[in-house]
Design a protein around this ligand. Sequence first.
Ligand code: TMP
Length: 208
Amino acid sequence: MNGKFITFEGGDGVGKTTQVALLADALKSMGLTVKTTREPGGDVVGEKIRNLLKSCKPSDMDPLCEALLMFAARRDHFVKTIKPLIDKGYFVISDRFYDSSLVYQGVLKKISFEDIMTLKKITIGDFEPDLTIVLDVAPSVSIERLSMRKLILDEYDLMKKNEHDLIRKGFQKTAEIFSFRSVVVKAAGSEQKVFSRIMKIVQERIFR
Ligand code: TMP
């Protein structure tokens, strides 16, 4: 089977990291070669850029500078990790990809859709995921999950409820725009329940 690229998107605290791990285990148990990764990050350069981003208060950073750093990390991640592994037949699963830039730097930080798509075109060209799972949950649930997960929340986590709302709507919109590759999955309920919804979609979209 050819390599595939599956991305998980959604606001903070929707459960992406858990679901990425569950999907990776399921695909491995089917005999597939799987690599999980994340953005910003994924390899040496990306993780350094992630540390830089996380060490600055988002409010201290110019939004375009932030977007350029996200796409710089993405370019390196794409060229050195994602593309070579897909070419080798891997199933690469990423916790976030460029939809996150459209929502966080676009919707939240007001960089235009066109400008984000220009950065996308320059850095990764026409490349698109084979499938994007958009995890969708009410902000009250994601805020509660975040506060249970960490004692110390960084500034990305400490967004106000109206920002969680904007982010949620932003991802619903990207799922609509990129409906050829995106499916919105209700992320309320137990991890296993959410995972069975995801697995059904993966079966339909990837193994049909
Ligand atoms: P996380 O990996 O713990 O979810 O943290 C990454 C944070 O970075 C998250 O709040 C979303 C943000 N982010 C962007 O603002 N733009 C991007 O393009 C990506 C990939 C992440």
